[in-house]
Structure formats: structure tokens, C-alpha cells
Design a protein around this ligand. Sequence first.
Ligand code: XIL
Length: 716
Amino acid sequence: MHFFSNNSLLLTVSVVVIGAFASNATAQTPNVDDIRATPFLGAMFEDRFIAGVAMDARETTGISRDLLLHHFGSITPENHMKPEEIQPSEGIFTFEAADAITKFARDNELQVYGHVLVWHSQTADWMFETADGEPLTESIAHQQILLDRMETHINAVADRYRDDVWAFDVVNEVIDESESDGYRKSRWFEVLGPDYIPQAFRMARAAFGPEVELFINDYSTEVPTKREAYYNLVSGLVAGGVPIDGVGHQLHIKLNTPISDIDASLTRFRDLGLVQAVTELDIALSSTNDEVLTQTPRDRLIRQGYYTRDLLAMLSTHADQIVSLTVWGLHDGRTWLRYWPQDRPFEAPLLFDDDLKPKPAFWGFADPSRLPHNPQGLTIPSMDVSVDGRIEAGWQAMPPVELAPAAGNAPATTFQMRWADGALFLLADVTDSSDTGGDAVEVFIDGFDYALPRTGIATQGVDLVAAETAHGYRIEARFNAETASASTIFDLRVMNGAGNTLSWSDQSHTQSDTLTRQGILTLRDSIRSVQMPATATAPVIDGLIDDLWLTATLTTDVLVSGDDNGAQGTFAVIWDDTHIYVLGTVNDGTLDATSISPWEHDSIEVFISPGNERAGGYAPADGQYRINFENTVTVVRGTDTSPDTVTSATTLIDGGYRVEVAIAVEGLRTGAFIGFDLQVNDAANGARSSVHTWQDETGDSYRDTRNWGMAALGAN
Ligand code: XIL
């Protein structure tokens, strides 16, 4: 059998995808007629919320102006109402740039969202200094100076723009969830203490009057721990009668930010009687702040389109509370993320591209039926498989891909893939109670088609075992395949004799004609799995090693970040009906717990996903359990941070420490496969110097369950 090299195939595919994607051959900036022919965002959001955009003078002329006026009903000055711009030195007010924006808004009947009155950033140094340039202290006299300045500033902004704005960010980014009291230790806080926040709202209400909606605003409000700190502050303000109207969620997010986390935050704030707003939306293509793209990947632009579609669907369920959705910039050429946190010339987080043309991210909001096809992707681990009708335990390491029939009678199917040297393996389970003759699973691998009929008669080059099941049939197969490179073009199509068809990636089912809509398999190393013995007697959690602990079998030898000579641990794990027990021994000569962030202490972490869903973000029962060498416990379980599920003891030993821990987990049973991982954090001088894990090498295990290892719950 002949194979093309993967490279030439990939090249062909990407060329075709790009060609197919460009909507017109001459890529030019649209003219005003093109813009007017596009459905406008406000229409899509209907009466749910106002569409807003951050801007400056560049958006008040030319084609940018046309685009802005077509789509948006509200504008936020991106920088021109910030403290350092309005009052660069004490008593010197520079309103020109902001005036130009409010005039533009008046002339064009746009609403204005004001940003921002009290903030630690983009505020001139004089605000926090004496006339001699000495830092203000928390003395009564200095506190009065700063309060007076706050009031003068708020009054000046209000006197000028009271009638132009519908909302204003009164305080911005005041939360620091790693602080025990939840407050960012800004200069405002250092001088005035937490009371500066209610003070700012009271001054703003007095100055702006009742018509202007007064907002608190922050970033990362979707992160569960920050969500709670934010909620604690805001609910306290409401309870204290502080005049606050709205909660702002900046949503400077990434393609891998779980929409369910954002949903949970909007839900968290529902009962406060306040409105909510998305104030600064952008969706970075980079998966971390460190990633610097060397081009703008098409697949990520498409994923961004599906992301905005799903985001809007979720936001719509909160439409009764959300008053506006503001994007942080009109087009990719204007995004601050090209420069922050570092130069990233190919970052593209907004709705329109550098040429002002609508991106998939725009269509996800405006008309999801126009989104380009989204080729599927699947990461598969290596595994030894024998095609013999017996199903190896390792198939349970990950949940199967589910193909649900969109309509009609196509047979529901789940499937999984594994790989080994020179081979791909398939396990497919088809729900199809009637054997109608033409039933088959078809597999497409790098341009080759294989038919795997229900009758089990194999095509050349395939080992196949087909078996009837209670609800249909099961296919186990091995294909000769070039697995030397990391990715493979792949699709799977299920036919039944009645002519109904179901596909994994190419929803037009034309896999035999084209590769362009087929998916990509990414090959990864095997996923570690441990057989976890059951124990009849619970260990006593006292830091001593009882006899029932078996030999330590797991080692955290996977370097995630930092020094590869950093601390590692060996672990024994056992379970009973109610708990998982872990005994860890960490070699670590210097112990440190001085950082304010618990993950920067010398500590171990245990990750447990009883359902092993591997869907991304944490399911309610999924947990991260951290115990530092001083036996300080921090837990994230779903969105709950209570440490009550953990009983632990620590002992200092020669050259390190030992942790013994019992974690209460529900629903454990013999034979189940759970998601499981272990981590060792090494700390020095108040910072984290290395992270090692048993399996997950991504550094994302604290929020993403997909790359954890696995444990099989064994018998006694
Ligand atoms: C950013 C602007 O977009 C940049 O032009 C400026 O250089 C820095 O500030 N959170 C906020 C916004 O509240 O004010 C910030 O805007 C982005 C993060």
C-alpha cells in the first residue's frame, strides 16, 4: 500500500482551506456599501443588550467610523477618560480628547460608557504623593488629601460628562483574590484602606446623580476563586447600602476560557439586584500570555467564531440582567493585545480583521449559519491494542467521541482511536438495532478510504473484528498507517443500509471527494494509568506510615515548568468506598511557604475526577487538593473552595517532607476509571521554582481535566 507523506497532504489541505475561506478574491477594505449590506450587531443582540465598542479618535473618521456607526450603539473611550489623561497634574484638567469623543457620540446618537474614575493603573503619580513628591501615608492628614483629590476628580468628570454618559466605571480592578481579604493592595488601598471603594461610589452618586449607572469592573471574574472574592466585595457593598448599580466583567479571555465559568459568574451575581455588563470583551487566540504566534492560524479564527456563537447563546440566558456587551476595540489592528503583555503582531482577538472585514468571530454573533466549517480535532494516546474482540482497559482512559444524529434516523455512534508504531486503532460502538444489509463504519485516513461492514468482512490492510451488541454492533479495527508524524487527516462516517449517514467532521459527508472538511488526529504519548488497590481499613491520617500503605508506585517525574532538578515526590495511593488516600514523600531540601499564593508553597496537589469526563473545565465533583508541607490545605472542587473534604497530616523528614491525606469522594466503585493526577510544587524565596506532575505536562491541570492521568479502582 502506498502512502503520501503527511506533509504534502497537510500542505494541500491548508492551501485549499485558505482558498475556500477567502470570501472574495481581491482582499480589500470594504466600502460603506459593503458595510451596510452586513447584518448589524445590534440587530442580532436585538433588545437583549446594547452593543458597545472601545475607541478613540481613530474610529471617528473614514471607514472605521462607518463600521462603528453601523454596528454599535455605545462607545467606551479606550483611554481618554482615564485619570492620567483627564488630570495629568493636580488641578490641570485636559478634557480635549474626551470632549471629542462625547461630541462624536452626541452627533451620532451613540451612548457613552465612561471609563474610569478610580484605578491603580493609568493614574498619574502625583495622585499618591505630597507636593514634595513624597508618598502619601495612611496618616489622617494624608488620607484627607487623597479623599479630597478623589472627590475633586470625580466631580470634575461628572460636571463635564454627566449628560453624556449612561454608565461609568467608578472603581476598576480592585480585587486580588490571592490576598486573604480579597483587596488589591493598590496605593488607594494602602492610604485609605478598603473604605476607599464605598467612598468612591458615594462621591460618584452625589456627583453624577441617579441617572448614571455606577459600575464596579474587573478582569478574570470568570475564574472561580476571583469570582468569589469579587462577589464577597460586591455583596458587601450592596448589603451596606453603597450606591452601586452594576457589575462589570471585562472578559479579556482566551479561546480556552470555559464559557461555563463565565456562565457561573453571571449566575453568582444574579441575586444582588444589580445589572451586569460585559465591558471589555476580547478573545485572544494565544493559549497563554507567553505564547507568541508567528502567524494568525485559520483554525483558531474559526474556533473563535464558534466561541462567540456559544458565548452569545450563554449570555442570552442572562439577558434580563446584562445591559451591554462591549468589545475592546473595533478591529484586530486596534487591539491592545498586540502590545500587551508583550509584542504579538499576529494576535487577533476582535470581531473584524485588520482590513475591517468581518471575521468568523463576527458571524458567531451576527449569523452563526455563516460560520465556516469547523474541522474536528482529536488528540489520541498511544496504546497497545490487540484486535481480538476483547476490549483492553485502556480504552476507558478517555470518554469516547459521541456522534449524535442531527436529524433523521442516522445511527448514534461513539468511537475512539489509539495509535502505535505504524498503526491506528479504532473502537466504534454503533446504535442501530436493525441490520439492513449496507450497515458499515467508514474510516478515512490521510486520503485512504476503508469500509468496515457490520458483517465483519475486512478490506485489505485492515484487521477487523465486528460484533453484534444489544443495541447494534461494535467494530474493533487496526489500520496500517504512517504514524511517524504527529498528526493525521482523519474522518469517520457511519452508514446504514437505509441510506442514513453520520459523520464526525465533514458534515457534507463528501470525504471520498475532498480532505478539506475532514478532521485532524493529533498523536500523543500514552496516558499513564495506575491500578489503585482498595483498602478494607482506612489508614490513620497521622503522618506515619501504616502497614496498609503499599509500596509507593507513582513518581512525579514530568517537568511542567521551572528547574528540572526541582522537588519531586513518590506516592502510594489506595481507596475505599468513601475516600481516596494518598501518601506522598517529597525530596526537598529547602522548605518555603512565604508567598501569598498557596501554589507557590512547597506542596503537593492531588487531582481527582470521579466521572473522568475530560470535558475541559471542572465538573462539580472534580477537585484539586493542595497540601503544603505545613499542612495548610487549599481546595478547588467544582467551584467550591471549602477544605472540608480533606483530612491530612504532614511530617518533616530528613531532606524533605511527607504528606498523608484522605480525600472524601462520592460514587467510587470497583472497576471504575477516574481522572487522576499528582503534582509537586517546589518553592524558594517566596516564588515557585518548579512544578512536576505524574502525567499532565500542560500546566493547566488546575482548570482543565483533559490531560490528567487515570486510575483504575482495583479490588482489595
Ligand atoms: C488598555 C488600553 O486598551 C490600552 O490602549 C492602554 O495602553 C492600556 O489599557 N483593563 C482595563 C482597560 O480596564 O482600561 C485596559 O485598556 C485593558 C485592561
